[in-house]
Design a protein around this ligand. Structure first.
Ligand code: XIL
Length: 455
């Protein structure tokens, strides 16, 4: 790369000197470069006959002469672009940075995209998923997307570990990658729990979804009561986002940058300290900060009640549209804390349709399905009738997810492993059985429902 840079810079310098000088009457006249820069661009697709082969398409457009060279990210020498598609094979799982370098007399530009490869071949959209060959496990049954659950640093051993590794290939930290935990006081980070979680994911080949950089409900007190100016507040947020994203670069594949920014009822932006200090465009600012640090990590907007509340859904898609126009968002996380009896399939489908029509990835991000939404305090166990209704709803979600176009699939994430660990017990303060496993880690009918829905 160093040699490449030096050679290129020399070539550009010579080209500029030639283009810049005329000496017909003995004077040296600076005329400027004769060409304008050409913006390199390319697309790629996965071969339909070999899942380890990509077909690279140089889509660069420009006036006049230019040359195009490929760096396939495999450590080999650069290759001149030939007419037609370039076929490249990646047989080793890993991450490859493919670059196209386009040069003319005005200089050169580089387009780059990350290609991810897992044991099944090249991952569509650079999103690896599916995996495992055991079709009786959740991840084995999923076709071309990840299946996720949540973790805590002290729930990564024993049965938790066994079940996570058998069924899941995506993990989200339940609360330890939120700002109040990672950045408890000004200038002092605590990455103990988050490192343990990310290390566990990396060690076990499980993708990590970062959740959540900015959330009004997990903002440390010192940030709520920030003593500096607004400009200093914004610098602090930039520094925090940079510190976290740099630490987990290449280890966390996706982040919820802003979580739950929409106010209940009004569907206006919540008047969080971030909005107050950074302005109504604080969301765009935060996503820009994240993109600037790590252009490869996938950025999501995550929120709840998107299926049940069409007004909130519209407000969320407005945020997504603003971010998308700036190329700052890759996907939507629909939390899907729902109940056995609603919202309706069509409402859930509407979230998917809005996401797909915007060409974004869809994350079913925090699935749990209440069996006791009536809040009956005398319920002591899950009736077989409710267990089957819950199974049907899980199956419905899994079917909806499976039917999403491949290019928009990302992950189907359940918010917890076993019923007695669900956050809903505290949140609603009534008994419930919202997850896929019972308190003994035995799969419930709900688990079978997901397996059936994935078929
Ligand atoms: C919840 C966790 O499950 C709890 O352990 C924590 O105390 C509070 O947060 N929406 C979200 C999640 O985006 O981060 C929340 O998780 C549940 C609602």
């Amino acid at each position: 790369m160093k040699n490449f840079k030096i050679t290129k810079l020399l070539a550009i310098f010579i080209a500029i000197v030639i283009a810049s000088c005329s000496s017909d009457d003995g004077e040296v006249v600076f005329t400027g470069p004769s060409q304008t820069l050409v913006q390199a661009s390319f697309t790629y697709s996965i071969s339909s006959t070999n899942p380890n082969v990509i077909l690279l398409n140089n889509t660069t457009q420009g006036q006049g002469e230019f040359t195009s060279e490929w760096d396939f990210g495999d450590g080999e020498a650069y290759t001149m672009d030939e007419p037609g598609l370039e076929e490249v094979s990646y047989s080793q799982p890993g991450q490859y940075e493919v670059r196209l370098i386009v040069t003319n007399t005005a200089g050169f530009t580089v387009a780059s995209q990350t290609i991810r490869v897992d044991e099944n071949g090249i991952c569509p959209n650079s999103v690896c998923g599916g995996g495992g060959t055991d079709p009786s496990s959740l991840k084995g049954a999923a076709n071309g997307f990840s299946v996720g659950t949540i973790v805590r640093d002290n729930r990564l051993t024993g049965m938790h570990d066994e079940v996570i590794r058998r069924d899941f290939n995506n993990i989200t930290s339940e609360y330890q990658m939120k700002m109040n935990i990672m950045y408890p006081s000004e200038g002092t980070y605590d990455f103990g729990p988050s490192d343990a979680i990310v290390d566990y994911g990396v060690a076990n080949g499980i993708d990590v979804h970062g959740h959540a950089l900015i959330w009004h409900n997990a903002t440390p007190n010192w940030v709520e009561n920030f003593s500096g100016t607004d400009a200093e507040f914004e610098d602090m947020v930039r520094d925090y986002i940079r510190t976290v994203l740099e630490r987990y670069r290449g280890k966390v594949r996706s982040w919820d940058v802003v979580n739950e920014a929409i106010e209940d009822g009004s569907n206006e932006l919540r008047n969080s300290v971030f909005r107050q200090r950074m302005g109504d465009d604080f969301i765009e600012k935060c996503y820009q900060m994240a993109r600037d640090v790590d252009p490869d990590v996938l950025l999501f907007y995550n929120d709840y009640n998107m299926a049940s509340d069409s007004g909130k859904r519209a407000a969320m898609f407005e945020i997504a549209d603003r971010l998308k126009a700036l190329d700052l968002i890759d996907g939507i996380g629909a939390q899907l804390h729902i109940s056995y009896n609603g919202p309706a399939r069509s409402e859930i489908q509407a979230v998917v349709n809005g996401t797909v029509s915007r060409d974004l990835l869809m994350h079913f991000a925090e699935i749990d399905i209440r069996t006791n939404p009536e809040g009956n305090t005398s319920v002591t166990s899950l009736s077989s009738e409710r267990a089957l209704l819950q199974k049907d709803k899980y199956k419905e979600l899994a079917e909806i997810y499976t039917d999403i176009p491949q290019a928009n699939k990302f992950a189907f994430t359940v918010w917890g492993l076993k019923d007695n660990e669900s956050w809903l017990l505290d949140f609603w303060g009534v008994p419930d059985f919202p997850l896929l496993f019972d308190a003994n880690f035995d799969p419930k009918p709900a688990y079978e429902g997901v397996l059936e829905g994935f078929q």
